[in-house]
Design a protein around this ligand. Structure first.
Ligand SMILES: Cc1cc2nc3c(=O)[nH]c(=O)nc-3n(C[C@H](O)[C@H](O)[C@H](O)COP(=O)(O)OP(=O)(O)OC[C@H]3O[C@@H](n4cnc5c(N)ncnc54)[C@H](O)[C@@H]3O)c2cc1C
Length: 287
């Protein structure tokens, strides 16, 4: 399919992109183009203007700063997958990146684009929730910080305002004994998550769980925190029965999606199974 007609402007700096966005309220930001262009080709999106931020190289970085991990919005999935710093201090991020699409998608797609798109089957939202990340949104009027729990509002809808650009993701570096894992059932055709579970556990020396953080994608219209499952783990020794009991609450209060590939009931079942897998792997990786 061929997209509807549109204008195209390439911003050289973030300030320029923010000015263009402020002047053109129906414009869309173009990052890696791997969600927006397919949507435009199907005419599900028909923006009159694209503002390309793909050449703003200072929006692509992974660094540690004062105990925080900072990731620029234009950092590609592959840059995160291959980051030695992240493999060492936040392995959930490279694991999640490696589960996205294929090599071409990971080379072009960006974490900022993926979060801003809020695809209900996208992988990053689950990890970002499990890591209690903060999202820095920039506009002509300044910046604000949005907690991951508040960022995903609904299907393809985030807390970003039309004049805002997602500039950076911030994650507090965890201290003490932690275990992280991303467990995903790939859709066999698209590669997206039928269900994806990100687990980020803080553990005591004796293996008890101080704090569990679990983000789930694929099940519902947006990624969510599995609060009831977390509550079943917090303060407990993580034996098989405790994990199974907590996982049985993976979709409490959640309206599960059903489609031709997976019914709502099947997705609920998968969520329970993949919560168990993610927790078991996170414990194993905690050593
Ligand atoms: C074949 C294929 C397989 C895929 N498989 C997977 C998969 O398994 N898992 C997965 O999670 N994803 C998958 N994707 C999606 C891929 O990860 C995309 O890269 C990602 O969803 C969007 O990132 P992008 O940089 O390409 O953003 P774009 O497509 O450029 O933009 C997406 C949306 O976000 C907005 N936007 C982009 N950047 C910003 C910003 N910084 N601030 C504000 N708004 C912004 C755009 O205006 C647009 O509305 C797949 C895509 C394809 C084509």
């Amino acid at each position: 399919m061929i997209p509807a007609q549109f204008d195209y402007l390439r911003a050289k700096t973030l300030d320029e992109a923010l000015s263009l966005l402020a002047q053109n309220e129906d414009a869309k930001i173009l990052a890696g183009g791997h969600s927006l262009i397919p949507a435009m080709k199907l005419r599900l999106a028909q923006p009159p203007l694209l503002i390309d931020i793909g050449r703003i190289s200072d929006l692509a970085y992974v660094r540690e700063d004062g105990g925080q991990i900072r990731i620029g919005a234009m950092t590609t999935h592959y840059q995160i997958e291959s980051s030695e710093l992240l493999k060492r201090i936040c392995p959930l991020l490279p694991q999640c990146a490696a589960a996205i699409g294929d090599v071409q998608v990971r080379n072009k797609g960006t974490i900022g684009g993926s979060l801003a798109h809020s695809d209900p089957a996208g992988d990053w939202p689950a990890a970002i929730i499990a890591l209690n990340a903060e999202i820095i949104a920039a506009s002509k009027n300044g910046e604000r910080t949005i907690k991951a729990d508040d960022f995903f509002v609904d299907l393809l809808t985030t807390a970003l305002e039309p004049d805002e650009i997602l500039r950076e993701i911030r994650i507090n570096r965890s201290s003490g004994r932690t275990g992280q894992a991303y467990a995903k059932m790939h859709h066999p055709a698209s590669g997206f998550a039928v269900v994806g579970v990100a687990a980020n556990l803080s553990l005591d020396a004796d293996g008890s769980c101080q704090k569990a953080n679990i983000g789930i994608t694929g099940v519902s219209s947006k990624a969510y925190r599995a609060a009831a499952a977390e509550a079943g783990l917090n303060g407990s020794k993580l034996d098989e029965q405790t994990i199974a009991s907590a996982a049985s609450h993976a979709t409490d209060g959640v309206d599960a999606n059903g489609d031709l590939f997976a019914s709502a009931e099947y997705r609920r079942h998968l969520a329970e199974v993949y919560v168990k897998r993610a927790i078991a792997t996170a414990i194993e990786r905690a050593g």
